[in-house]
Ligand binder design. Structure first.
Ligand SMILES: [Zn+2]
Length: 156
């Protein structure tokens, strides 16, 4: 399997019972791979080079190979008894690696420039600025910072 957005391949054999049977209510719940996509989307908004990732399985624990462009690479594990906690832990580990490997603090608060902290303050895992001016559900970062501020270009 090559690098990139190949989760679609990995997911092709995965059954989603909730979408196949009779649903009592529409669900917006994300599974582990949905959350991984959300996390990587958010990290990628303000990061160069591109962050590439791949997984071999969608069953927990998920071993996620990550590399930054043609640069450094690592393997992180997505796991946890609670999906929300797993998201927070994975986002924190990826964030720590990006600081070490690239010196990149992402995803940044548009106002303060520092990285937002993955937090569990509500039902959903969120990004929170330590200064308290921004919080959004992980996966919604791009929408949360739009439009870019007057001192900011949408693409760096
Ligand atoms: Zn802030």
């Amino acid at each position: 399997m090559g690098w990139g957005r190949e989760v679609a391949v990995a997911r092709s054999g995965v059954a989603h019972p909730a979408t196949l049977g009779i649903c009592d209510a529409p669900t917006v719940a994300r599974d582990a791979v949905d959350w991984l996509e959300a996390v990587f989307d958010d990290f990628g908004v303000r990061l160069k080079p591109a962050l590439l990732w791949k997984i071999k399985s969608t069953d927990l624990p998920i071993s996620v190979d990550v590399k930054a462009g043609e640069g450094p690479r690592t393997t992180l594990v997505f796991n946890g008894e609670d999906l929300g906690d797993a998201v927070i832990r994975f986002a924190g580990a990826l964030q720590a690696w990006l600081v070490t490997a690239l010196g990149a603090e992402v995803p940044p608060c548009p106002t303060h420039g520092g990285a937002l902290s993955p937090s569990r303050t509500d039902v959903q895992p969120e990004w929170r600025c330590p200064e308290g001016d921004l919080n959004c559900v992980i996966g919604d970062y791009r929408d949360a910072i739009w439009p870019p501020g007057p001192d900011e270009r949408p693409e760096k």
